[in-house]
Design a protein around this ligand. Structure first.
Ligand SMILES: [Zn+2]
Ligand SMILES: [Zn+2]
Length: 391
């Protein structure tokens, strides 16, 4: 008992560390964040927020209006977990087999809730605060689903911000970057239709396997010959499917592509060049190509002025030593990119721990865990940003 008391006095954020671990223990996959979203809604209501549920399925928005200024700010956290079986051995390990919070969205939710409580109790801002808790960041495009359900029509924002933890950076370090920060991710299935036949009589068939081999090699020239050498781009053929037996020429061959860019124009160019190369290669071998192109997340682009404001708040509040003003670009993707296409704003990273610090294990690893020391840092940052932008 005494231990618990001491613990509570030492860390005013203990209630939110407990909450984070509770969410961690009950992880939920994309669009199934029922318990998490109910918990978020209940907390926000208890602090006096106007709460709207059901946006994009399980999305929640908490709104708090103070003062008379017409300014409107949006802060976003994500709530979904991943289909990974947890191996942290923590007391608060997942109780759902094969599902875990391996990307720290439990922590993002707890940080924003901690800020929500502080801002409701102590105020210190003048304007409309919209707290956006989204489902399905991990590939499901929950941000887009909330927007399709009228997120920014119901809750207009002048600027929006989101924060993601990042292992490999010292705990609590805040990392900013103006301009493109995370890659677009698109997917394509290419099916080459030939004419099947006997492996001993290739002249009586039209071989899609040879055409596929040529397409794969031709695709290597898109990044090396067509895109600007100073612009990052990735074209990966991650799967090749064709044939069953050495003496059978199959009728079809299929390729699965992953395509990434860090500039919206490069993204368009990649698709144009891939389509053109595939069709002309196929034609040269007498086979027909079908391309099933699936657009994933957009390039995440942080607007210059909102990023400068967000950076200035971090430097003023935490000091320059804890802040990286020009962080790296990442080839990962993030659906907050869709929100940033509609509303200016910025996405920042918070270091989860590096070297021997807890939290250094990479996200999406079964041994990863969110660093609870970041709840105080992240919440303090959200409070400071709100008071600075809504003043
Ligand atoms: Zn993730
Ligand atoms: Zn994540």
């Amino acid at each position: 008992m005494e231990f618990i008391l001491t613990h509570h006095t030492r860390n005013p954020f203990q209630a939110f560390i407990d909450l984070r671990r509770d969410i961690h223990r009950h992880p939920e996959l994309a669009f199934a964040e029922y318990r998490t979203s109910a918990l978020v809604a209940e907390k926000l209501r208890s602090w006096g927020y106007g709460v709207t549920t059901g946006l994009g399925g399980t999305g929640v928005v908490g709104q708090l209006v103070r003062g008379t200024s017409g300014k409107r700010l949006g802060l976003r956290a994500d709530m979904d977990a991943l289909p990974i079986h947890e191996a942290t051995g923590a007391d608060w390990s997942s109780c759902h087999h094969g599902v875990m919070h391996a990307c720290g969205h439990d922590g993002h939710t707890a940080m924003l809730l901690a800020a929500a409580q502080r801002l409701a109790e102590d105020g210190g801002f003048d304007g409309t605060l919209n707290l956006i808790f989204q489902p399905a960041e991990e590939g499901g495009g929950g941000a887009l689903k909330m927007m399709e359900d009228g997120l920014f029509e119901q809750f207009p924002c002048d600027a929006i911000f989101a924060m993601h933890n990042m292992p490999g950076h010292p705990q609590g370090q805040l990392i900013f970057r103006a301009g493109p920060m995370m890659a677009s991710s698109d997917y394509a299935t290419i099916t080459l239709h030939g004419v099947g036949g006997h492996g001993a009589m290739p002249h009586r068939a039209t071989d899609p396997v040879v055409a596929a081999a040529s397409v794969i090699m031709a695709l290597q020239t898109v990044v090396s010959r067509n895109t600007d050498p100073l612009q990052p781009a990735v074209v990966t053929v991650g799967a090749v499917h064709a044939g069953q037996a050495n003496n059978v020429i199959p009728a079809t061959a299929q390729l699965e592509l992953s395509v990434r860019a860090l500039d919206p124009q490069v993204r368009v160019l990649l698709q144009q060049r891939i389509r053109s190369l595939v069709h002309s290669q196929a034609e040269s071998f007498g086979v027909r190509a079908d391309i099933d192109w699936r657009s994933g997340y957009a390039v995440l682009v942080n607007s210059a002025s909102e990023t400068a404001q967000a950076l200035a708040v971090a430097q003023a509040h935490f000091g320059s030593d804890q802040v990286v003003p020009d962080g790296p670009m990442l080839t990962g993707s993030e659906d907050f990119a869709f929100m940033l296409e509609k509303v200016p704003g910025s996405y920042l990273l918070i270091g989860n721990g590096s070297g021997q610090e807890p939290g250094a294990c990479m996200v999406h690893n079964p041994a990863y865990d969110f660093n609870d020391d970041n709840i105080a840092v992240g919440a303090a940052y959200w409070v400071a940003l709100t008071r600075s932008l809504l003043s």
